[in-house]
Structure formats: C-alpha cells, structure tokens
Design a protein around this ligand. Structure first.
Ligand code: SF4
Length: 306
C-alpha cells in the first residue's frame, strides 16, 4: 500500500522543528508490513491530484492553531489524531509500543519518547490530566524507543510523580546519552535521592516550570536546586506561564528573580492568539537570548528589535 503521513504542523517549506512521534510510530508499523510511506505537508497532500495516489492517509496535529487544517483533512477521509485536534484518539497498543521510525524525519542521532504518561497536578490551563489521566504511570522502558542514539529527548509530562521514576532515571543514566528533558521536571517533587540521579545524568537541557507567581514552594525548590545541583546553569531553563493568572508585573518579578539566580527563563503564553501586545513583546525579549542578555530591563527593550 502507498501510505501518506501528513504532518499538519509542518510549515510550507517542510522544515521540521518538532517531529511527530505518532507519525514515526505509524511509519514503523506500516513499513513492517511492507507499505511504502511518504511524509507530506498539508499543502503537498492537497496539491494537484496527488492525494489520489495514496491508498491510505494518516495525519497528526499537535498545535490547536492548525486544527482547521486537520478538520479539512478529516472531512476528506484522512484518519486524523493529535492533541491539537482530538485529545481522545489513541494509537492501538501494537503501534503505541513500536520502535519509532526516526528515519521518517531523517533523524539519525536522537531518540524521542515517553517513559511515563499522566500527571496528578491537574493544572487548569493544561490538557495532560484530561488526555492522559490524573496519575503519572510508567508506560515504557527506555529500550522500547531508544537503541543507542547519542541524544534522548524525553517528552514525559511529570516523570517525578511516577512511583517508578527512580528506576526510569537509572535507565536514563545507564544509556550514557545526552538527555534533554523537554517538558519539565516537577521541581516540587525533587528530593536528595532523585536530585542525586539528575546530577548523575548527562544533561543536555533540563526544564522546570514556575507557572503560578504565588507558588512559593516552586521558588524555594528552585533556590534549593541551585545550591545542591552540579548541573551547569546554562543547561537549565524555566518555563514562565503568562497571560493566564498573572499580571505583567508578576511576570517580570519571576523573570528577574530567575535571571538573578542563574536560571534561563522561557516565557510561555497562554492563548497566544489573543494575548496583549505587551506580553508578546515580553516573550520576544526573554526568549531571544541575545536580546535578553544585552537589554537589562524590559522597560528598556526597544520593541522595533527582533
Ligand atoms: S504539572 Fe505540568 S503536566 Fe502536570 S498538569 Fe500542571 S502543567 Fe500539566
């Protein structure tokens, strides 16, 4: 069979920023049964009479801003999933637990995946609890989706909340790979034992989140981490949620505190399409590290730059 795998989030130029794990798993499954697989943008799929060439088409949409395109494909009979379109759609177990086909995106040296799913926090702005359940549970061993690549991108929403997290962290250490913890570790769940394991990992990038400006426990935990961790501060990013329950003043307090304490803040905007201009500028100032390092105060940031 000729199978189209449509990455709805791929820009027109096809340049990949976030490869889609679901499509890499479907690709592996299809190739194992002898199908010919083609990765396409939405435009490529729709152009000319191309779409008549495929016996089957699957699409994934991670970002809700692209949901309209996903709906268009679904209306044409494409099987569509992804948290930007339908948080209830699941892969069958035999595909969910297959070794992903990283070659679909031309990836040779990085493995992507989840060791755990779910999160007990249930933050009101986050889809994880509704999508994956309000408990963090082990779903895979590292060997399920890692086969010796030198880099690992871990996508877990809340690894430390899982009762098996120590065992899973040992697997990450034993891999010897460079680890990028992309979604953030819940810093409120750090203790001396799991901190020791983090110190033993080859961390490429580690993220925490400080979402609520009134949450003193996160601030204290960040302080403690700085004192006890041996991880290079340049490898530690902290997501700062804005445009949800904080004022610009609240946001600036967190950003300045993080910078003054050796962290690299990274502004996330809730409902970015409807966010005030000031918050978008704040994001541009903070997340462009060249600008952030050269302009000390947000008030001094020239909005024509960047
Ligand atoms: S702790 Fe993180 S993953 Fe869990 S619900 Fe809150 S934002 Fe989502």
């Amino acid at each position: 069979m000729n199978v189209a795998l449509i990455d709805v989030d791929l820009p027109r130029n096809g340049k990949v920023k976030f490869p889609t794990l679901t499509l890499m798993k479907i690709s592996a499954y299809c190739k194992a049964r002898g199908d010919s697989v083609h990765l396409l943008t939405v435009d490529e799929y729709l152009s000319g009479d191309l779409f008549n060439r495929y016996d089957k088409a699957y699409a994934s949409c991670i970002f809700s801003k692209n949901a309209q395109k996903a709906k268009l494909l679904a209306d044409m009979g494409v099987i569509v999933g992804g948290s930007g379109y339908d948080i209830n759609k699941r892969l069958p177990d035999e595909i969910e637990h297959i070794m992903p086909d990283y070659s679909l995106y031309g990836i040779t040296d990085t493995a992507y995946g989840f060791l755990t799913r779910g999160c007990p926090r249930g933050c009101p702005f986050c889809i994880v609890a509704g999508k994956e359940g309000q408990q963090s549970r082990k779903v895979a061993d590292l060997s399920e989706w890692w086969s010796g690549q030198k880099n690992i991108k871990l996508l877990d929403p809340n690894l430390l909340a899982c009762s098996s997290h120590m065992e899973l962290m040992h697997q990450l250490i034993e891999s010897g790979a460079n680890i990028d913890i992309t979604q953030g570790l819940d810093i409120r769940l750090l203790n001396d034992d799991n901190l020791q394991l983090i110190n033993n990992m080859k961390i490429k990038m580690l993220h925490f989140a400080w979402d609520n400006p009134n949450d003193k426990s996160t601030q204290q935990a960040l302080q403690k981490f700085r004192e006890k961790s041996i991880i290079d501060a340049r490898k530690v990013g902290v997501y700062v949620l804005t445009n949800y329950w904080s004022t610009l003043e609240d946001d600036l307090k967190r950003i300045y505190w993080l910078r003054d304490n050796g962290y690299s803040p990274y502004v996330m905007i809730y409902d970015k399409d409807h966010a005030p201009v000031e918050i978008r500028l704040l994001q541009r100032w903070v997340n462009n590290k060249i600008i952030f390092k050269s302009v000390d105060k947000f008030e001094d940031y020239d909005r024509r730059i960047g």
